[in-house]
Design a protein around this ligand. Structure first.
Ligand code: UDP
Ligand code: UDP
Length: 468
């Protein structure tokens, strides 16, 4: 099968507008590099503080970046905060996302200058207002949600049929109407769907985003058909707009694993030493958003210390003082990293054999591609749904046990210790590893020449190009 090729003059020009969170930006940068390789011109809209991360990630390409001023008058948000990763509290997430609407006039001012050449706009689902801008200039908009088909299908089910099914108790299981084999609880959802009565500004904003996506030209999904055919088919059959499964997008760029020693971060050198010693390592990281309570951090430290398993734990800056003295006690066996790491580089390291993860969708896909089984510990957003998918559907992981059995419950060190030991070298470890290796093979096939994601991306480019 040939790649789509264009005469130079009619090369597609795609505007990409990521939401200001790492987990939303990273996959769209991967998508941009795939589109560039297929001959498209790419213009990325961002803000001054988010620009360095983007330009660094795409440094060897000729992508164009345009900065828009980020509003400094969003109620509750400290001026200068341009990324949700920097929010004081996740309760400010929706006010932040809603506040991006103030960027619309600036976006349109810039779009005005280039609109005649623009083939389509790919923007994050939270930037719902970009649909209006796109329509003004007669440009098709594609929405991007960094979610699986499984999570999207469940959300649609709940959205269309579900709220009245919810029980008084947030931990009482209920079956979904369209997927009766999936049992969920109210706590498997985050604000506002974990409430008995979710009405309010958050719900209004979500409805606005869902409606804008439904009315958009298409939806780009960071997943691959073979991972979840039933849910991808469900979307095609019953939901709008048309979706293209083009992932896992993390495979668009190789993880940096062949660095010369002088360029290796100290934690990679540490992993190299663990490989020589033959000590399997569990990698622990909870993404860019999660904020852990001090008591919960202490229990993690306790569990790791007592498990006797080697570990690499990435903590965010503000968490480090909370685990004072811990590093000294585990010296030699575990390290705590306080910087931004290249997560894929760690996951791809041969000695890393398990991942204690919050199950952000990017992390799940990265673990799959690196063939690393997951110990699922969801904390917010659609991570509870992803964790169920990892454990119950794809069967590539275990789940932490909470004290009260609630999916949002507290996890004690003692219990964490036993699940960590189960994942690294326990009875089920081999089975999980075998399964994740199979799924990883499917993922590589999907993005390889002629694979399902490869074909979907070509069809998408071809189709939008004909629109123009
Ligand atoms: N990530 C990283 N280094 C870090 C923390 C995060 O490279 O120190 C990357 C990770 O590989 C993933 C993204 O940031 O691509 C986080 O996305 P995910 O969906 O896993 O979680 P979120 O941060 O959105 O909760
Ligand atoms: N960064 C960003 N947007 C922002 C602030 C920071 O993309 O609004 C990027 C920054 O360029 C760097 C990464 O996020 O690549 C980590 O920034 P910082 O060292 O401030 O992060 P933290 O210590 O909070 O993880």
């Amino acid at each position: 099968m040939a790649l789509v090729s264009f005469p130079k003059s009619s090369k597609p020009h795609i505007v990409v507008f990521p939401f200001m969170s790492k987990g939303h930006t990273i996959p769209l940068l991967h998508l941009s590099s795939l589109l560039l390789r297929r001959g498209a011109a790419i213009t990325i809209f961002t803000t001054a503080k988010n620009r360095p991360f983007i330009s660094q990630s795409l440094s060897d390409t000729d992508v164009t970046l345009i900065d828009l001023p980020f509003p400094d008058n969003i109620a509750g948000i400290q001026p200068g905060t341009e990324s949700t990763d920097k929010l004081q509290s996740m309760s400010l997430f929706f006010p932040f996302a809603n506040g991006t609407k103030l960027m619309q006039p600036f976006f349109e001012e810039q779009l005005q200058k280039i609109h005649s050449q623009v083939t389509c706009i790919i923007s994050d689902g939270f930037l719902c207002w970009t649909l209006q801008s796109a329509s003004k200039f007669g440009i098709p908009r594609l929405s991007f949600y960094g979610m699986s088909n499984y999570a999207q299908a469940i959300n649609r089910d709940i959205f269309d049929n579900g709220l009245q099914l919810l029980h008084e108790s947030p931990d009482e299981p209920f079956a979904l109407k369209n997927f009766p084999w999936i049992k969920l609880t109210r706590n498997d959802f985050d604000d506002p769907f974990d409430k008995l009565d979710p009405r309010g500004p958050h719900l209004d904003f979500i409805i606005e985003c869902v409606t804008a996506t439904t009315n958009s030209y298409g939806l780009i999904v960071n997943s691959f058909y073979e991972l979840e055919p039933l849910y991808a088919d469900y979307w095609t059959k019953y939901c709008q707009p048309k979706a293209w499964n083009v992932g896992p997008l993390c495979l668009a760029q190789p993880a940096k694993i062949e660095l010369p020693t002088s360029h290796k971060p100290k934690w990679i050198e540490w992993l190299d030493r663990k490989l020589v010693e033959g000590c399997p390592v569990i990698y622990i990281a909870f993404g860019s958003q999660v904020k852990m309570s001090p008591t919960q951090l202490h229990e993690i430290a306790l569990g790791l210390e007592e498990s006797k398993v080697s570990f690499l734990w990435v903590v965010r800056e503000r968490e480090t003082e909370l685990i004072d003295g811990f590093e000294k006690r585990v010296e030699g066996r575990g390290i705590v990293v306080k910087e931004w790491v290249d997560q894929r580089e760690i996951l791809e390291h041969e000695i890393v054999q398990g991942f204690l993860s919050h199950c952000g969708w990017n992390s799940v896909l990265e673990a799959i591609c690196a063939e690393v089984p997951i110990l699922a510990w969801p904390m917010m957003a659609e991570q509870f749904i992803n964790a169920r998918m990892v454990v119950e559907e794809i069967k590539i992981g275990l789940r932490v046990n909470t004290v009260d059995g609630s999916v949002k419950g507290f996890v004690k060190g003692e219990s964490l210790k036993s699940t960590v030991m189960e994942l690294i070298g326990g009875e089920k470890a081999k089975e999980l590893k075998g399964k994740v290796m199979e799924v990883a093979e499917d993922a590589r096939k999907a993005v390889g020449d002629g694979g399902s994601s490869w074909v979907a991306l070509n069809q998408l480019i071809d189709e939008i190009h004909k629109q123009k």
